[in-house]
Design a protein around this ligand. Structure first.
Ligand code: G6P
Length: 614
């Protein structure tokens, strides 16, 4: 959840750290801090607020030093304030540390350290960890590298840490367990380190992804050394980054979210490219082709995910049941992992995650793996923890998603899951070739249709202006459009702070209908298809209670147009592909409402993009 960055080399660390923190701010942004070593001491600055607040607070203070670490926080232990912000110093002030994750046994460690004379300034588990490392170093006389290793062998929890010793400006120690860390390897033992590769790519393309329970020593003279917590030597595996710098910049848009909404025709193309051939009439998903047996014998599919990825999972439930005729259960990873669920070795578990780092999803995977299920990952971030923990998978290839509210990652996930369902149906021999051909051709036309829908932006903006001061909103849909209703409501609440609920349209009469009056905007996905007439009846029920209907309809629709207060037209498509198209105006609407309400759409309050704590 927090963002970590570090630099060791000949350049001034400060500018690299600040730039890196701005790139990582999507991971958390309630406080920030940096520490450099200069002339045998730390130059440590930290404060509540965003990275720009940190810069303002540092002003013209001296911030030199060729080694440094920086942190942007999403609070877990203790409120966001100047004291709880990272970096944290050890008891004698000789060490400084940044941390992403949670140290679960921090309370007992803290009590022990207090008995040994330590005093603490903050409420954080992080400060306990750096004191603990110092204590081990002083007790054992071990060097910092070994002290970190010994300390971590006694720590329970999740962490990515980077630590500096002010008496050694030529060295930086880092370690990870369940939280990502990437090391950038420059020339002549210059090193960069970060929670993801975005702060690194403009300096070097050579990276090493630290594995779980590995500790790295980055040294100006000795280079990179990696050991495990159990002290096994590991050879660093240097890989080349494929990410492009433009992909992580705003490219002329006002926000990352708006840019990412507009990128969807391109990102969906990237998700489906090379995976289906209209010429040969085949879908090629290597994760199905290479494990055909597991998919063919599957008696059930379990889908585990959180947030927007869970909504993509709900769409996939409809797809797999309709196309491949396999029963599907979609689970919140956080509930699934603690429920003692029944998992059979014949189950296929699909884990969906944009970041590939969500702690609950990762834990659900490990549990299902232990029970012998086959685990398939649908991730966006290449080399992420979930991508590595699964038996097989498919990347979504949406490109980096920086806006905290997920947009292009959702449509990329649904596109990949669509192909996956088609591929499994094909392997199991339950889909006729002409239907497969038709659906592939329709999927192929989705990017063009989305480009059309994006042209409704100005109309959507006008609707947003009418409803921007609402306090509540209801989203309704049936069948494939029910998950879209949930996703539409989530987008609105997470970035504009308007309370919104998504419901299956028919369930409305079992409760939410009581909320409807002339102040309630009701967004309905009412495209022509299997449940069109039923949805029209639901719209009438809302109108009878004076609710305001904003309907997403199929181009040329007349019936809903007469009933609704506003309509947004989208091109006709097969029911199964409507989610990819109908979600676009809902994303735009939430975006405009949030901007009109003065909200920060890329960094909504209290949220973070990558949730590495449970
Ligand atoms: C956070 C993000 C959501 C995301 C969810 C799951 O809550 O703000 O946008 O859907 O985590 O993340 P994942 O990376 O696993 O898809």
């Amino acid at each position: 959840m927090c963002g970590i960055v570090g630099y060791l080399g000949d350049r001034q660390a400060y500018d690299i750290l600040i730039k890196g923190l701005k790139r990582l701010e999507y991971r958390g942004y309630d406080s920030a801090g940096v520490a450099m070593i200069d002339e045998g001491d730390f130059r440590l600055f930290k404060c509540k607020g965003k990275v720009s607040d940190l810069e303002d607070s540092i002003g013209s203070n001296i911030k030199t030093g060729n080694v440094g670490i920086g942190h942007t926080r999403w609070a877990t232990h203790g409120p966001p304030n100047d004291v709880n912000a990272h970096p944290h110093l050890s008891n004698d002030g000789s060490l400084v540390l940044i941390h992403n994750g949670i140290i679960e046994n921090y309370a007992s460690l803290k009590a022990e350290l207090i008995n040994r004379g330590h005093t603490f300034k903050s409420d954080t588990d992080t400060e306990v960890l750096v004191h603990f490392i110092e204590d081990i170093r002083d007790k054992t006389g071990a060097n910092l590298f070994d002290s970190v290793r010994i300390a971590l062998s006694e720590v329970i929890g999740a962490y990515a840490i980077v630590i500096l010793d002010k008496s050694n400006p030529n060295q930086m120690i880092a370690a990870r367990k369940s939280s990502p860390l990437v090391i950038g390897v420059g020339k002549d033992n210059e090193f960069f380190i970060a929670s993801d590769a975005t702060p690194i790519i403009e300096y070097t393309r050579n990276v090493v992804y630290l594995e779980d329970e590995e500790i790295a020593r980055l040294d100006r003279t000795d280079g990179l050394k990696i050991v495990t917590i159990s002290n096994q030597h590991k050879d660093p595996y240097v890989q080349e980054l494929e990410m492009k710098l433009e992909a992580i910049e705003k490219g002329g848009y006002d926000s990352f979210m708006l840019k990412e909404i507009h990128e969807q025709p391109r990102s969906i193309n990237d998700s489906i490219r090379g995976r289906m051939s209209l010429a040969t009439g085949a879908v090629r998903m290597s994760g199905v082709d290479e494990h055909e047996d597991r998919w063919n014998k599957a008696t059930r599919i379990l889908i585990v995910a959180c947030g927007t990825s869970w909504h993509a999972g709900l769409v996939a439930e409809y797809l797999f049941e309709e196309f491949a005729r396999i029963p599907v259960e979609v689970e919140y990873a956080s509930e699934f992992r603690y429920r003692n669920p029944v998992i059979y070795p014949t189950d296929v578990v699909i884990a969906i995650s944009q970041s590939g780092e969500t702690a609950d999803t990762l834990a659900a995977i490990e549990m299902a793996k232990d029970k012998g299920a086959f685990i398939f990952g649908v991730c966006n971030v290449v080399g992420s923890s979930i991508a590595r923990a699964t038996h097989s998978g498919a990347y979504t290839h949406a490109g980096p998603e920086i806006g905290v509210a997920s947009t292009k990652a959702f449509t990329a996930q649904v596109s990949v899951l669509y192909l996956l369902a088609l591929s499994v149906a094909m392997h199991r021999g339950v889909m006729k070739q002409d239907r497969l051909n038709r659906l592939m051709a329709e999927l192929n036309s989705v990017p063009e249709k989305i480009a059309e829908v994006l042209k409704t932006n100005e109309d959507v903006k006008k609707i947003a202006a009418i409803y921007k001061d609402s306090t509540n909103a209801l989203y309704l849909g049936r069948g494939y459009s029910f998950p879209v209703a949930l996703e539409g409501a989530l987008k609105l609440k997470e970035i504009s702070y308007i309370h919104a609920e998504g419901y299956p349209a028919a369930e409305m009469k079992h409760g939410p209908i009581a909320l409807i009056d002339e102040n309630m905007p009701v967004f309905v996905i009412a495209t022509q298809g299997a449940s069109y007439e039923k949805v029209v009846s639901n719209i009438q029920e809302v109108k009878a209670r004076k609710g305001n209907i904003i309907a997403i309809v199929t181009e040329g629709d007349k019936v809903v147009k007469d009933l609704a207060d506003h309509v947004i037209e989208i091109p006709k498509s097969d029911d199964s592909l409507v989610p990819l198209i109908s979600v676009i105006p809902l994303q735009l609407l939430s975006y405009h409402v949030a901007v009109m309400r003065g909200c920060n759409v890329d960094q909504p309050r209290n949220l973070a993009k990558s949730v590495t704590v449970e």
